[in-house]
Design a protein around this ligand. Structure first.
Ligand SMILES: NC(=O)c1ccc[n+]([C@@H]2O[C@H](COP(=O)([O-])OP(=O)(O)OC[C@H]3O[C@@H](n4cnc5c(N)ncnc54)[C@H](OP(=O)(O)O)[C@@H]3O)[C@@H](O)[C@H]2O)c1
Length: 264
């Protein structure tokens, strides 16, 4: 299976790194383009894949073609490659806001289109992605995409209307979590802990807490209650987080993210 990436920036590099590490595809079966020579050289050097200055060459090469440019470049890039794609190619979008119908229209012919939404923890093999195919895709096509995405994390099949929601809850949420880790570490630094150590403590606490949610199957509220002893230290912190509106801030932020996604 030949995998083509049109665009090879942050997201594509994270995906390709996992695909190669987990032997989903051989580096020689991956061809990527980038706009600048520097971008192509970085991909070639860091990932060991083949690169090209021609998006059309990537399109002609691919059995699975992943469009990894920013949303505002989608129209011009598809116009450039639409006559070069092979028959039966699976075209994968990783961008918000561009619908299955819109994407197929841009290709100007019946096409297998799969919309996905990955996130940057793909870089460490812990990505979370959603997958949704148009009616022309078969179960085998979806399985192929799932197999590729398993190279850099977990994925779930969703309906198309759910993709905007996925942007808010996992596509963009690593940024919110990084802010939380940074703030937690800042507080530790303010109390005298060296900065590097503070990041390790804060990040491991977040990692462990996330694993508890996933592995115990317990409600997050129950897990929170387990940490809060009566008259204890943790419930004092929880009281301040409630007073400062942590829940509401996260709720509103994720909703603003979804709203913005719908405007793209
Ligand atoms: N970053 C995230 O957290 C995230 C999460 C989910 C989805 N996404 C989606 O992933 C896509 C890529 O985002 P990103 O963060 O990886 O962006 P990025 O780091 O800016 O990478 C964009 C890539 O596209 C290339 N490019 C630009 N115009 C091109 C053209 N005309 N032909 C070929 N390549 C071109 C750039 O090349 P040069 O570097 O040479 O300019 C670069 O390699 C976006 O649609 C975004 O919505 C991103």
């Amino acid at each position: 299976m030949k995998i083509g990436f049109v665009g090879c920036g942050n997201m594509a590099s994270a995906m390709i790194g996992g695909i190669i590490k987990n032997r989903v595809a051989d580096p020689s079966d991956i061809l990527a383009s980038a706009k600048s020579e520097a971008g192509r050289e970085k991909a070639r050097k860091n990932l060991g894949i083949k690169v090209s200055a021609s998006n059309q060459e990537v399109a002609a090469f691919a059995d699975v073609l992943i469009l990894a440019v920013k949303p505002f470049y989608y129209e011009e890039v598809i116009c450039e490659i639409k006559d070069s794609v092979k028959d039966g190619v699976i075209i994968v979008s990783i961008t918000p806001g561009k619908t299955l119908v819109w994407l197929e229209e841009q290709f100007g012919k019946p096409s297998k289109i799969v919309r996905t939404m990955p996130n940057t923890p793909a870089l460490v093999g812990e990505g979370m992605s959603c997958i949704c195919g148009n009616p022309r895709t078969t179960q085998e096509d979806i399985d192929t995409v799932c197999k590729i995405f398993a190279g850099f994390g977990k994925s779930e099949i969703v309906t198309e209307e759910m993709i905007d929601v996925v942007v808010g809850v996992s596509g963009s949420s690593p940024a919110y979590v990084f802010m939380f880790i940074e703030a937690l570490a800042d507080a530790a630094v303010a109390d005298g802990m060296p900065r590097a150590q503070a990041y390790r403590f804060a990040a491991q606490a977040v990692l462990g807490s996330a694993k508890m949610v996933l592995e115990t199957g317990k409600h997050p509220g129950e897990l929170k209650d387990m940490v809060c002893s009566p008259k204890g230290t943790t419930i004092e912190a929880v009281r301040v987080l409630e007073e400062k509106g942590l829940r509401s801030a996260v709720f509103e932020a994720a909703k603003a993210c979804v709203k913005k996604t719908r405007e793209v």
